[in-house]
Every structure is written in structure tokens, then in C-alpha cells.
Design a protein around this ligand. Structure first.
Ligand code: NAD
Ligand code: DAU
Length: 339
């Protein structure tokens, strides 16, 4: 079995590659990644020399490069993680989100049609469903919830999902889609809430909480997401969407307080800053379908996962400190100074 994993030098893609190399040592895994600011080849160091692994630096929008790779490798399965993934960046500069997330997905599916595959899997997000109100804890996103996006990021992911479903209906492409809630864990890029707060806390820098910090996210440890995708690509029904989430809703402010407590830092570091434009209030996944059909359940409880994650950032400063000392500094200044 040969699998192309796009975006495998990023947060979830790299964790997925590690999971697959361990769970299926007989598979050949090819990582195709452009190495944008969010991709880091050093993350893949543990597998780079393995015989059944290949890394290819390429853009999913580059049709020629993608077709050449398909000709060389004749993949059975394609799992598309490659995307611009940060909501705040999509508010600053939407163009690259449309390019990679929509047009890039189109190129990958064209390649699948041209060369033939047994499965194309699109890694999507719960953000395509928009948000839920805080005063209706009885409501959850199901696979039937209408698409209703808020940010250029979520709109681009929703557009990609629709394109994937259209290629299934029109051309019979064997596709599946997963829509997961917020992930956390090792190799999470420090622009996102949890690693940003850990890094700032360790440096005793202000902890920038948007608005009042009351927004709710449904957090899932990254390896639980990876196991779910493994199940879907092998046993999921073609043409279907699967929601992934572990009923673990947390308010942002409570997560930031927990991080302060675990690192022994003062909550006085917490600084309320201007809210994100169009900020989604609450995400909450109903994972009944993937549980009933594929037997998936999350394994990592949030308290354990957060502890493991904090420990990972303490033990792996050589991974994230270079990231936040480079061009990320300009990004941070632009997004947070005078906010
Ligand atoms: P990430 O930003 O950490 O990594 C994205 C990776 O894609 C990077 O390695 C980057 O170099 C690569 N990439 C970007 N543009 C590319 C292009 N044009 N061609 C090839 N490679 C390119 O993202 P992540 O958080 O790991 O998210 C991965 C996927 O999962 C995304 O599709 C995202 O929408 C989805 N998702 C993320 C979460 C989450 O909580 N992080 C939750 C649900 C779904
Ligand atoms: O739900 C899945 C989505 O989760 C994925 O599709 C996205 O790729 C991923 O980035 C994530 O999106 P969010 O916008 O929910 O994640 P983020 O870590 O950026 O923010 C989490 C919450 O924390 C959100 O309510 C905004 C808030 N926040 C974030 C940052 C970076 C802050 O209060 N302060 C911050 O500095």
C-alpha cells in the first residue's frame, strides 16, 4: 500500500505519518509538503531515513509536480492535510487560503482522477459548520448540520469539501471527508492558542486572550485524530463525511488558567486583547457516526493530554524556540502589538 500524505511536515500531518509508520510498517508513505512557514522538515527527522518513507518538497497547486509524483509512485491512497490553517492569518490575507485550500485540493483530485486511486481523503474541519450559541449546550455539530462559515479560512475549507463531494458525485472518485475539532499535542505551531500560551508563560510574557475568553472549543489530542483518519481511510464508507471530536468543550480562559497553574506562573500574565473579527463562539462535535460505524473513541483525556503536551514543549525547546525567534517575531508584532 502506498500513501501520499500532503502537508505532512505540519502539526497533524507529521503526527499522522508517525502513527501510520508505526501502525502499518509495511506501507510506503510519501510526504508531499511545500514547507511554508508552518512546515518543518526537522519534525520528520525520525522517519527521514526509513526505507519506506520519502519526502518531496512541492506545492499541491503545482500540477506538473503533483502529476510527476503520481506517475512515479502510483499511490493507492491520498490523504490531504496540506492547507493554510490559521484563522487569524486568513483575516489578514485571504488570498493564499483560496489558492492552497481550494485550488490545491482541486489539483490533488485531478491527479487522483487521472492516475486512479482507491481512496482520496480530505482532512477538513468542524469550522465549516460555523458556530453554536453559548446558551444552547444541547446543540452539537452533526454531519447533517448545514455549512455556514465565518472566516476566509473556514470558507476555503468548506469550498474544498464541496469540490471533493462534487468529484465523487460527478466522476465517481472514491472520497471520504473528516471534520475534526481543535487538536492539541506535540509539534503544534506556536501561533495557535495552546502552544502560544505555553511559550509566553515560560517567557513570562503577556498571555493575549481574545475578547473575554469565553469562546468554547472542543479539544482533541492529536493522536486520537490520527487514529480516526486511519480507520476512515480503511473502513469508512466512500462518499461519506465523518465528524471527529471527543466531547471535551473548554472555554479559552480556563485553558489559559490551567497552563498558568501547571507551569507555576501567575495568572496576572493574562491580558485581555481586542477580539478576533467574526470570532466563532462555540464548537462542539457529535461523534456518534464515527463511533457507531467505525468504533472510534478518543483515548486521551484532556487533563493527561495537556500535561503530556506541556511536558513535550518543556523537553523540546530546540524544536519551537528557533521558530519563535525567526520571522515569527514580525508576525507576532503585527498581530499583537497595540492590540
Ligand atoms: P499546519 O499549518 O500545522 O500544517 C500545514 C502543512 O501544510 C505545513 O506543513 C505546510 O508546509 C503545508 N502546506 C501549506 N500549504 C501547502 C501547499 N500549497 N502545498 C503543500 N503543502 C502545503 O496545519 P495543521 O494544524 O496540521 O492542519 C492540517 C490540516 O488539518 C488542515 O487541512 C486543517 O484545515 C485541518 N484541521 C486542523 C485542525 C487543528 O486543530 N489544527 C483541526 C481540524 C482540521
Ligand atoms: O476547530 C478546528 C480548527 O481549530 C482548525 O480548523 C484550525 O486549523 C485550527 O487553527 C483551530 O482554529 P481556532 O481558531 O479554534 O484555533 P486557535 O488556536 O487559533 O484559537 C483557539 C481559540 O483561542 C479561539 O477562540 C481564539 C482564541 N485565541 C487564540 C490565539 C492564537 C486567543 O484568545 N488568543 C490567541 O492568541
Amino acid at each position: 500500500m502506498t500513501i501520499i500524505v500532503t502537508g505532512g511536515a505540519g502539526f497533524i500531518g507529521s503526527n499522522f505519518i508517525f502513527h501510520m509508520m508505526e501502525a502499518h510498517p509495511d506501507y510506503r508513505i510519501i510526504c508531499l509538503d511545500k514547507l511554508t512557514y508552518a512546515g518543518n522538515l526537522s519534525t520528520l527527522a525520525p522517519v527521514l531515513d526509513k526505507e519506506n518513507f520519502r519526502f518531496v518538497k512541492a506545492d499541491i497547486c503545482d500540477r506538473e509536480a503533483v502529476y510527476t509524483l503520481f506517475e512515479e509512485e502510483k499511490p493507492d491512497i491520498v490523504v490531504n492535510f496540506a492547507a493554510e490553517s490559521h484563522v487569524d492569518r486568513s483575516i489578514e490575507d485571504p488570498g493564499v487560503f483560496l489558492q492552497t485550500n481550494v485550488l490545491g485540493t482541486g489539483v490533488m483530485m485531478d491527479a487522483c482522477r487521472k492516475y486512479g486511486i482507491t481512496r482520496y481523503h480530505q482532512v477538513s474541519t468542524d469550522e465549516v459548520y460555523g458556530d453554536l450559541p453559548l446558551d444552547r449546550p444541547d446543540l452539537f455539530f452533526t454531519e447533517e448540520t448545514p455549512i455556514h462559515t465565518s472566516s476566509p479560512y473556514s470558507a476555503s475549507k468548506a469550498a474544498a469539501d464541496l469540490l471533493v463531494l462534487a468529484y465523487h458525485r460527478t466522476f465517481g472518485l472514491p472520497v471520504t471527508i473528516s471534520r475534526c475539532s481543535n487538536n492539541y499535542g506535540p509539534y503544534h505551531f506556536p501561533e495557535k492558542l495552546i502552544p502560544l500560551m505555553i511559550a509566553n508563560c515560560l517567557a513570562e510574557k503577556p498571555l493575549p486572550v481574545y475578547g473575554e475568553g469565553l469562546n468554547v472549543r472542543d479539544w482533541l489530542y492529536v493522536t486520537d485524530h490520527c487514529r480516526a483518519i486511519d480507520l476512515i481511510i480503511h473502513n469508512g464508507r466512500v462518499g461519506e463525511v465523518y465528524n471527529i471530536g471527543g466531547h471535551n468543550e473548554m472555554r479559552n480562559i480556563d485553558i489559559v488558567r490551567l497552563i498558568c497553574q501547571q507551569l507555576g506562573k501567575s495568572e496576572d500574565l493574562i491580558t485581555y486583547v481586542t477580539d478576533r473579527k467574526g470570532h466563532d463562539m462555540r464548537y462542539a462535535i457529535d461523534p456518534a457516526k464515527i463511533h457507531a460505524e467505525l468504533g472510534w473513541l478518543p483515548e486521551t483525556k484532556f487533563a493527561d493530554g495537556l500535561k503530556k503536551t506541556i511536558q513535550w514543549y518543556l523537553d523540546n525547546r530546540d524544536w519551537w524556540e528557533p521558530i519563535i525567534s525567526g520571522e515569527y517575531r514580525d508576525y507576532y508584532k503585527k498581530m499583537y502589538e497595540n492590540r
